[in-house]
Design a protein around this ligand. Sequence first.
Ligand SMILES: [Zn+2]
Length: 113
Amino acid sequence: MHEISVLQKAVDLAEQTALDNQIEKIAYLTLEVGELSGYLPVFFYKYFPIVTEKKPVFEGAELKIISVPGEALCEDCHAMYDVMKNEGVCPKCKSRRKKILGGQQFLVKEIGY
Ligand SMILES: [Zn+2]
């Protein structure tokens, strides 16, 4: 699964940040995951204990995920809509031509101490 490699990178980044700032314990790690990123939060929750297992700074740390809806702008009628809820089809004019405005991101939002 590709979730494990991006999660590994996020965890490594958080660990390095903690080391750089002489922080001994991370309380939580918040990730922002777009619904159109192709990543499923369920796998991040599943792999989090595995990728943090040998990192003492993560002992007892919690994973938080902010899920961001995929938003699109219809190129025909200019309506904005939620891509997942509408299965990629404009609810107003039924067009599939669209510009994706958001929901494709994967980023480390916050490292809590
Ligand atoms: Zn439309």
